[in-house]
Design a protein around this ligand. Structure first.
Ligand SMILES: O=C(O)CCC(=O)C(=O)O
Length: 267
């Protein structure tokens, strides 16, 4: 259970950083399992890292029964349900061994359709390695999930060549070309320096970034969203969370009612 103050923190600043949410034993077990799964994936014929050199496993939790507990755990599911409401849907998971040195500033959800900003979607990030400001910690710009700050920060993005989404701005060495005259790692931000067991919940409209990361930094993420209530929400899910229209079978048919409910079919 989070307190009303923690709920207010999430609403106002767009994130909640929960220290020591998982015990040392739980993280050790999660890390062993994650490594076992990643090793199995690396051994598959045709295995490749992505263009950033990262090993990125989709459906990481859903496709591995030994990790299912994470999605329904009171501390993770329960926090997300308190933040965005108990009718929440599961919108996927990731298991990532990052290969990049930086994830430049971006919000995960980038549409400015009228009324869509604020539609509740939350990501729980569990870093399996210690991270610090100088070593790969996720940073967030508090309050950037809301306007006018949210749209104001779009100057850190540019349209992708395909034109239907935005990408983070390339970092430049030239201060005259830097948004706000600042290198990305100097942008005013809260830096969530994390120890294994800490969990960062953030609103996916929030601007976030990671700097000074190293190849091999690992995290597991679980994502949740409010159920769609109109055509714009459906369009949004088609763009970002197609999984809600075709949930992973292991979740859709799970013996746990909580998991089945959040993986229910959306037409
Ligand atoms: O690599 C990281 O820590 C940041 C990942 C990220 O930006 C994201 O999950 O949206």
């Amino acid at each position: 259970m989070i307190t009303p103050q923690q709920q207010a923190h999430f609403d106002m600043f767009g994130f909640l950083f929960q220290k020591k949410l998982l015990s040392k034993d739980e993280v050790a077990q999660l890390t062993d399992e994650a490594e076992r799964i990643w090793d199995g994936e690396r051994a598959q014929p045709g295995y490749k890292v992505d263009e950033s050199g990262s090993h990125r496993s989709k459906f990481f939790i859903e496709s591995n029964p030994s990790l299912h507990w994470l999605a329904e755990d009171d501390r993770i599911y329960g926090t997300a349900a308190q933040i965005i409401g108990s009718e929440l849907l599961f919108t996927g998971s990731e298991g990532v061994v990052s290969g990049y040195g930086q994830a430049r500033w971006h919000p995960d959800r980038r549409t400015l359709w009228p009324g869509i900003l604020g539609y509740g979607c939350v990501k729980a990030m569990i870093y399996l390695d210690e991270t610090t400001a100088d070593r790969g910690a996720l940073r967030v710009i508090p309050g950037s999930h809301r306007n006018p700050m949210h749209e104001g920060l779009y100057q850190m993005l540019r349209w992708a060549p395909e034109g239907d989404d935005m990408h983070s701005m390339e970092e430049t060495e030239n201060p005259a070309e830097m948004p706000y005259g600042l290198p990305g790692d100097q942008m005013p931000a809260f830096i969530a320096e994390s120890e294994p067991g800490d969990v960062l919940f953030f609103n996916q409209w929030l601007f976030h970034a990671a700097y000074n990361a190293w190849p091999g930094r690992r995290y597991v993420a679980a994502k949740f969203a409010q159920p769609p209530k109109n055509e714009t929400h459906l369009k949004f899910h088609h763009m970002y969370n197609g999984v809600i229209f075709d949930q992973h079978k292991a979740f859709a048919e799970h013996k746990s009612e909580r998991i089945r409910k959040m993986a229910r079919q959306v037409a």
